[in-house]
Each structure stands twice: as structure tokens, then as C-alpha cells.
Design a binder for this molecule. Sequence first.
Ligand code: ZN
Length: 176
Amino acid sequence: MNATATATGIATLPELLAHALAIEVEAEERYALLADQMEVHNNPQLATLFRKLSEIEGRHARQIEQRAAGLDLPEIAPWDYRWDDADSPESIDMTSLHYLMTPHHALRMALAAEERAARFFERLVETADNEDVKNLAAEFAEEERAHVNLVRELLARHPEPDSDWDEDMDPPVLQE
Ligand code: ZN
């Protein structure tokens, strides 16, 4: 047995679809959240963009559901998902959502998540024995790579702000 194959532990098409679906649904939610965050940050442009990304990921999720129709998808408890870390590859750490998060920080977060998702499927392409799993994982990997590239382009347009970005110039005032 190959150590990397054990790491992904995905051997069948239904298992792959269940994981891919979880990844896409979380990505859909993540981008909706980042869009909200950008609205708070008064960046309607990026808010619109994150909404669009949320729609794209949501559409992928619906496509996977259609593909899975008739297949018996395994019910995988969140803790049984074969991720390296506790969260799914595309999910974000909610605790790092700062109310002053800048577009740059939001995009870095998105990039990290997309890269993890891409690597997840790429590792599967390398290690899967099942041809169907390999082929579909390759398709998903390609989609995630496209997301990585898109977020990279956006990052280039939103460089890192000054290091004192989180010094609150106008802190919220508690209402008595
Ligand atoms: Zn993605």
C-alpha cells in the first residue's frame, strides 16, 4: 500500500463525489462570507466579485449533485473526511475573519483555500488506482487551478497594505 494513497483514502467515484461536493459547498459559503466582509469594508467591487465566485462554486456543487444522481454517495461525517487538517481544503478559518480585513487579506485567504483544494485533487490524480476516480479528480484539479490563477490575478491588483492596516483609526463606539 502506498502511503499517499492512504492519505487521501478515496477509492471510488461516489467517495470522490462526496468529497468534491463538500469542498464546493464550503467554497460557496466562504465566498458569500467574504463578500459580506467586503461590503463591511466598503469595497463593493470585490464584494460583487466574491458573490460571483460564490455562484460559480455553487453551480459546481449543483453539477456534482447531478452527476451523483443515482449513485449512492457515502454519508461522510465531517470528521471522517480525508483532509489533512480538520477543515475541508477550501474552507477558511473563521477566526481569522477580521472586521477590518482588507481585500488583500480576503484574497490571500481565498488563495490558500483554492490551492489546498487543487492540491487535494492533484494528489488524488497521482495516487488513485481507479481510472474513473483519476479522470474526474483531474477535471476537478483543473477547475481548482483555474480558481487559483483567478485569485492570483486579483491579488496582483490588490497588493499588501501598510503593516499598520489593523490599527483602527475609527473604532466602533459602544452604544450605552
Ligand atoms: Zn475553487
